[in-house]
Design a protein around this ligand. Structure first.
Ligand code: ATP
Ligand code: CA
Ligand code: CA
Length: 429
């Protein structure tokens, strides 16, 4: 924040940055529509395209007379100083968007139609985060090394002012429209993994491993199928991350507590003088399903679209853009969220229970994956934490990180639900 109270990044106001990002994306993604669809070639991963965006009004002289044109012939007018926008591997990213079912028009609508909102970043890197108005995407500024590394990763995915500001657009993992009662950034380490006082004082703090273990000493309970699907997915992800020598990533875990939310809602209703009886009337409708084990006929494993449709049935939110953008879809579990349709059940989360037997929904995903071993060597913190926990073999560090990560989630964070919790009667609102 500068002396005038403006939020800045590399001495540029972040409002300007947002507008430039939107202007650039609109131009590039819009322009790509004219390029025919084709298979990716190896050079598509390393190509960068750059375009100059002169500010609102530029002048040129026609036979001695000053004439003004809006922007340039290629680029639209804008009210900030001139800037250059560089797109990394635009054709490759177009391919990935298509792979994830993100239509160009929808992407542009999400990215450019409404102003972005800046999020506060609990991380230490100094990156700035923006979220799109429809909550579909997150934009994160990257360091030079991170951008370079992302470019190196791209082929792998395929087989399987004077200042440069690099950024990445990623799926938003945590819906703003669902109240998250708790939020954790977990690495499977205990070394200095407690959120700061300053973070904890925030309205919706991001807590860390030690906070999680204190709040959930018994972990979080999942239906057996959901547990296996989740752990399996995480293991596959870790194997890929390890193969790229990536470490220092986290699992972001957002928790919506349905029972807490219903309690709060009823209390608010009571305070407002609502007849409590009318709320209580429905409370005998017990759901026999615990975490939602009504096993429906498992869909043909390849039919992702059908699966996505079936999950979207009970949704109150609009259909999400990306095919695997919700946590539940991404682990490809066949468990239905809950047997009954209920407006209070949030969309897309993974159904679970806490140790008190309360119904919770999890929003999760692996984040911050652009640190690889060579860069991480400079991250003293990461190495101290590994030595602290018994890593002695230096060459296997990404493997050690992945193993510790997986074990932590498979054994301490997530548990298969014991039948005692499953059978406990569930109070409805
Ligand atoms: P550091 O390197 O110090 O850990 P960073 O600046 O690289 O920090 P990240 O670890 O990528 O930041 O993210 C910081 C926080 O931003 C996360 O703990 C999470 O709360 C939020 N966040 C990051 N990515 C996403 C995402 N895709 N969806 C929702 N929230 C996110
Ligand atoms: Ca991080
Ligand atoms: Ca980081």
């Amino acid at each position: 924040v500068d002396h005038a109270g403006q939020v800045t990044y590399k001495k540029k106001s972040t409002t300007m940055l947002m507008t430039c990002i939107q202007t650039g994306i609109r131009q590039f993604v819009g322009g790509l529509a004219a390029e025919p669809r084709r298979d990716l070639l190896v050079q598509d991963f390393s190509i960068t395209e750059s375009l100059f965006f002169p500010s609102g009004r530029s002048y040129f002289l026609v036979r001695g007379i000053k004439k003004a044109i809006e922007g340039s012939t290629l680029t639209p007018a804008h009210h900030y100083s001139d800037f250059r926008f560089k797109a990394y591997a635009p054709i490759a990213f177009r391919y990935f968007r298509e792979l994830f079912g993100i239509q160009p028009d929808d992407f542009l609508l999400s990215m450019c139609n409404d102003p972005l909102t800046e999020l506060s970043n609990p991380g230490a890197s100094g990156s700035i985060f923006y979220i799109t108005d429809d909550e579909e995407f997150i934009i994160k500024t990257l360091q030079h090394k991170e951008a370079e590394f992302l470019q190196k990763l791209l082929p792998g995915y395929y087989m399987c002012g004077g200042k440069n500001i690099r950024f990445i657009v990623m799926n938003n993992l945590l819906p703003l429209s669902v109240r998250l009662h708790e939020k954790y950034d977990l690495k499977g380490s205990s070394y200095k993994r407690r959120a700061s006082k300053r973070e904890k004082a925030k309205h919706s703090p991001t807590l860390k491993d030690l906070d999680f273990l204190a709040n959930h000493p018994e972990g979080i309970y999942l239906e057996a199928d959901t547990y296996s699907a989740l752990i399996n997915t995480m293991q596959r992800d870790c194997r890929v991350l390890q193969s790229f020598q990536i470490m220092d990533y986290s699992l972001l875990v957002g928790i919506h507590n349905l029972d807490q939310a219903l309690k709060d809602k009823n209390q608010a209703g009571d305070l407002a003088g609502d007849s409590a009886a009318s709320c209580g009337a429905a409370s005998t409708t017990s759901v026999s399903t615990g975490v939602g084990p009504s096993q429906k006929e498992s869909t043909t494993s390849g039919d992702a679209a059908a699966r996505a449709r079936s999950f979207s049935r009970g949704r109150s939110m609009k259909q999400r853009l990306a095919q695997y953008s919700t946590a539940m879809e991404s682990i490809q579990a066949t468990t239905e969220p809950l047997a009954v349709e209920d407006e209070d059940i949030p969309a897309g989360g993974i159904p679970a229970r806490n140790h008190r037997g309360e119904r919770i929904f999890l929003y999760i995903g692996i984040i911050d994956i652009l640190q690889n071993y060579r860069m991480a060597k400079k991250l003293e913190h990461t190495f101290k934490s590994m030595l602290h926990e018994g890593d002695t073999i230096s060459v296997h560090r990404p493997g050690f990180y992945a193993q510790r990560f997986q074990t932590f989630f498979a054994e301490r964070v997530f548990k298969k639900i014991p039948s005692s919790l499953k059978q406990s009667p569930i109070k409805r609102k």
